[in-house]
Write a protein that binds this ligand. Structure first.
Ligand code: NI
Length: 128
């Protein structure tokens, strides 16, 4: 098998180490890129704000803690191991009301986490 010289070497991410490397909330770290998507890790606590993403479905996997994923018509209670995909254009509000929650989130490259370029926290590279 020929490996292209331009392909980056595969590199694993140890989630425990990755989450230990930062402590700020609602500030996603970039763990990997995958087929035009960004794999982000975030710690969250408290309520985010209502928003949607016009151009990207958004996948959430709860790694630790309890998350309320609010939609205009219902709330999905999520715990570690639960996964949900929020379709593009659907308003949502992730809330962590019972302590800190660790999340893995996938969005199309460059998608603003707040739904708005002006207020987005641009994911920074992991330092592990
Ligand atoms: Ni979102």
């Amino acid at each position: 098998m020929t490996i292209s010289a331009t392909s980056p070497a595969p590199r694993k991410t140890v989630l425990d180490q990755a989450f230990d490397s930062f402590s700020d909330h609602w500030a996603p770290r970039l763990a990997a890129r995958y087929n035009g998507n960004e794999v982000r890790l975030a710690k969250v606590e408290g309520e985010f704000h209502w928003h949607s993403h016009a151009d990207s479905d958004e996948l959430f996997l709860v790694i630790e803690g309890e998350l309320d994923m609010e939609f205009r018509d219902r709330t999905e209670a999520m715990r570690a191991g639960d996964l949900i995909v929020v379709p593009k254009g659907v308003e949502h509000r992730p809330c962590a009301r019972r302590g800190e929650v660790k999340l893995l989130v996938m969005d199309a490259d460059g998608t603003p986490n707040t739904g708005d370029e002006a207020t987005a926290f641009v994911p920074v590279e992991l330092k592990v």
